[in-house]
Design a protein around this ligand. Structure first.
Ligand SMILES: NC(=O)c1ccc[n+]([C@@H]2O[C@H](COP(=O)([O-])OP(=O)(O)OC[C@H]3O[C@@H](n4cnc5c(N)ncnc54)[C@H](OP(=O)(O)O)[C@@H]3O)[C@@H](O)[C@H]2O)c1
Length: 256
């Protein structure tokens, strides 16, 4: 039975942890005392401030600190890592080559690009290379897909950063509703529930999106009148430019 370790017990680590049934198998290392205490109370797991303990005791280790903290953690654990262990990095922009350099030649390394929705069990994780244990753990926190590393900048731009784009759309829809005279609290509710309901409907009924849109757009009706504007090039171009800029930044970070 694998002992699962976490280097960093922040937002994303807690999202993965929430999907692990047997928490007796888990040991976390976290530098912030308040976070250690919060995780102990909320999840009932063992938490230490000593990253070396994770390298000594765990055979599957999630690297879940922010990119700037990776070198410090790597320096502490590199001499302890062994061939039988697997390091699973969820750190944006850290390529397999960079991780290999930082963590040494022995340990197996898997790179994952998750998103924030894994905190509610609906994450989207891209994994490279294929690893059955990692797929099983992350599969309990949402969907997984195994991809080549060359796709990771696009994945980062689409599903990694995607929650922020959808949240922005929700905010803009609510703001537009206020401009049409709705109370802000009502507009926020309408926008949030419409976003959630649409996502749920499309997940449960994976039909062609143009067909879905056509179904909402009665000829000569209200949605069709609105879609005339949304469907114009600036919106589609803005989405394209948004993802392209995020992918470019991801490539810059990966190359830096
Ligand atoms: N958030 C997202 O939507 C998202 C999406 C995809 C990928 N990711 C990746 O996921 C990783 C984690 O992100 P997050 O949002 O979970 O960050 P977070 O909430 O800040 O969690 C990281 C935690 O690790 C702690 N830490 C830092 N250095 C440490 C050390 N040497 N030893 C032990 N603990 C240490 C941090 O403490 P301090 O606060 O003191 O630094 C913090 O509590 C990042 O690398 C990010 O690129 C995040």
């Amino acid at each position: 039975m694998d002992k699962i370790g976490f280097l960093g017990a922040g937002k994303m680590a807690q999202g993965i942890l929430a999907a692990i049934d047997d928490r007796r198998r888990v040991l976390m290392a976290e530098k912030v005392e308040a976070v250690r205490e919060a995780v102990r109370v909320k999840f009932g797991v063992k938490v230490t401030d000593d990253v070396a303990a994770i390298a000594r005791e765990c055979n599957l280790v999630f690297l879940a600190v922010r990119p700037n903290d990776v070198d410090e953690v790597a320096a502490a654990v590199k001499p302890l890592l062994k061939r039988e262990q697997t390091l699973v990095s969820i750190v944006a922009g850290k390529t397999l080559a960079k991780l290999r350099k930082a963590f040494g030649p022995k340990v197996k390394i898997v790179r994952v690009m998750p998103n924030l929705a894994l905190r509610v069990g609906e994450g989207m994780c891209a994994i490279t290379p294929k690893n059955a244990k990692v797929e099983e753990i992350l599969g309990a926190a949402g969907k997984t897909v195994v991809l080549k590393e060359k796709d990771f900048n696009a994945v980062t731009a689409l599903s990694g950063s995607g929650p922020a784009y959808f949240a922005y759309m929700q905010k803009m829809m609510a703001a537009a509703g206020v401009k049409l005279g709705l109370k802000p609290s009502v507009a926020a509710l309408l926008s949030a529930q419409t976003m959630y309901g649409t996502a749920k409907f499309l997940k449960e009924n994976p039909i062609d999106l143009d067909e879905f849109i056509a179904g909402v757009c009665t000829k000569g009706g209200t949605t069709a009148a609105g879609m005339v504007h949304l469907g114009k090039a600036p919106f589609a171009k803005a989405v394209e430019k948004t993802l392209a800029a995020a992918a470019k930044r991801s490539a810059e970070l990966a190359g830096a």
